[in-house]
Ligand binder design. Sequence first.
Ligand SMILES: *[C@@H]1O[C@H](CO)[C@@H](O)[C@H](O)[C@H]1NC(C)=O
Ligand SMILES: *[C@@H]1O[C@H](CO)[C@@H](O)[C@H](O)[C@H]1NC(C)=O
Ligand SMILES: *[C@@H]1O[C@H](CO)[C@@H](O)[C@H](O)[C@H]1NC(C)=O
Ligand SMILES: *[C@@H]1O[C@H](CO)[C@@H](O)[C@H](O)[C@H]1NC(C)=O
Ligand SMILES: *[C@@H]1O[C@H](CO)[C@@H](O)[C@H](O)[C@H]1NC(C)=O
Ligand SMILES: *[C@@H]1O[C@H](CO)[C@@H](O)[C@H](O)[C@H]1NC(C)=O
Ligand SMILES: *[C@@H]1O[C@H](CO)[C@@H](O)[C@H](O)[C@H]1NC(C)=O
Ligand SMILES: *[C@@H]1O[C@H](CO)[C@@H](O)[C@H](O)[C@H]1NC(C)=O
Length: 457
Amino acid sequence: MGSSEIPLPPPRITMPVNFYGLSVYRQFYMQTICVFLVLTALIVVPTSAQQNSQQCVTTYNAQTDYFPAKIHVDNATLFAIQYFNNYKLVSNKMTNEIFALYQCGTPAPTNLPNGTKVFAVPVAKVATLQTSSNTYLEALGVGAKIVALSVEQDVSSPCLQKGLANNSIIQISSSNATFMAQTLAQMDVVFGSPSASTSNNTRAEWVEFYSTWFNLEDSGNKISASINDNYNCLRRAAANINGNKPIVSWVSYSAPSEYTNNTPSWDISTVNFKMQLTADAGAIFFAPNTTKFSTSKDFLAAIQNVDVIIDETYLAPTLNDVLSNFGITNATASTYRFVANQAIFREDGIQTVAGGRDWYESAVIFDDAVLADVIAAVWPGYPTTGYQRSWLRNVAKGETPKISTAANCTGSVSTPRTDPAFACSGNFAAKSGASSVQAFGGFVVTLMAVAAAVLMA
Ligand SMILES: *[C@@H]1O[C@H](CO)[C@@H](O)[C@H](O)[C@H]1NC(C)=O
Ligand SMILES: *[C@@H]1O[C@H](CO)[C@@H](O)[C@H](O)[C@H]1NC(C)=O
Ligand SMILES: *[C@@H]1O[C@H](CO)[C@@H](O)[C@H](O)[C@H]1NC(C)=O
Ligand SMILES: *[C@@H]1O[C@H](CO)[C@@H](O)[C@H](O)[C@H]1NC(C)=O
Ligand SMILES: *[C@@H]1O[C@H](CO)[C@@H](O)[C@H](O)[C@H]1NC(C)=O
Ligand SMILES: *[C@@H]1O[C@H](CO)[C@@H](O)[C@H](O)[C@H]1NC(C)=O
Ligand SMILES: *[C@@H]1O[C@H](CO)[C@@H](O)[C@H](O)[C@H]1NC(C)=O
Ligand SMILES: *[C@@H]1O[C@H](CO)[C@@H](O)[C@H](O)[C@H]1NC(C)=O
């Protein structure tokens, strides 16, 4: 056999490139010869209501502006977009990577900066390796262009689950690297693997980045602006809620295991975007000087006066699990304010059957919906009395997760996924009767916690 055996071709995936925690891989890399290039972008005033073509050009005219709809990047400091007549340069400022996306049917641009990756757009066949990409694409209405999905991270989207179940979407997994490489080689673009951690709250703005690959700048701008406006409205309304600001801590427990040297640890998160969400919800972010603990006793001493806990521990389905992870006994439970307040939330309010969390999928783009959930967690009765949290599940009140399955796909995968956020229109209606803060009990703000929070702000 030996000599007749045909060796497998090497994987054709080239150049993983990173942008905000994701990577784009591409086959058929078009080599570009580089010279010094001054990026003289045509900065054109954005024209609203114009749309870029979904068709390939058949008669090329160098004088035509093929991208009348342009992205205007607001706060996204991590990427930039420059428009030329038949191509756009999308650059990741974090990694200094540049993509040249040219209108299909027009000449591929030359004289590009070194290392620029060149693609024809709009792309038609896409694979995603990370679930958060899925919702950006579904929000743009291009969910049907996802033809392969990594099933490593459990997919929550009902319509994509349906596609996986009926085999219209190819399941890829790194456990079969050969098959994965073969599949990805057939894609126009692969939105890829996680690398950097999320930092600032400009997550929604990445929809603009995704939109450039599909010539959907008009939709990208609208979605981003709508999320941003609603977020800012919610933030202002939350700032006007009357009452003492509750102290909120985002914590997690790691059980002893081979990965943790067989020692347990308890962590208080000080990640920037959680800090921002907490402050924007009108609460106080708990950021003590010490954030990592090797004994339950020290951890519990630190969080004794925290009003609201957001428990990010991977596994803890019930209140008893949370208390047991923390090392809180039934006898002492009521001495902890978050226990007495019944304010212990987890991010697993929407799950797959296998326990995959939608928090890492649809929550990533819809910042405004996440803020509304945090507001509802820290100010019961807001933004409205009937508000149903999406992701934050109050385990102290015995709330159960909502399960997302293919049966929840009631529309079409091509129907743009809508923002589930509470639509803010100004200040929240004042709650009648007892103020929400009384629900939190006596409320003695510890000066230490406030000082720490201010220091970190
Ligand atoms: C681009 O790369 C080539 C070859 O690697 C190198 O000679 C050239 O100096 C580079 N140009 C720039 C602008 O970095
Ligand atoms: C982000 O941009 C929006 C709209 O331009 C603006 O209202 C908001 O204040 C900005 N946020 C930050 C943190 O710069
Ligand atoms: C399979 O699932 C996809 C994605 O949700 C859907 O568009 C398609 O209509 C489904 N096909 C059948 C035969 O149900
Ligand atoms: C991996 O994928 C290849 C190509 O589809 C297939 O021939 C092979 O049987 C797969 N291996 C396993 C272990 O599933
Ligand atoms: C995130 O925001 C902080 C200030 O809140 C700023 O110092 C930092 O540079 C920002 N990071 C990024 C990647 O934009
Ligand atoms: C936290 O650290 C700062 C700076 O090191 C220090 O000034 C402050 O007193 C510390 N706070 C507590 C509560 O230990
Ligand atoms: C605490 O009480 C609950 C019932 O209220 C019980 O299920 C649980 O086992 C108790 N935990 C301990 C450690 O005794
Ligand atoms: C999916 O549909 C079922 C049945 O209507 C419902 O119980 C469940 O909560 C839905 N899941 C989500 C995530 O909304």
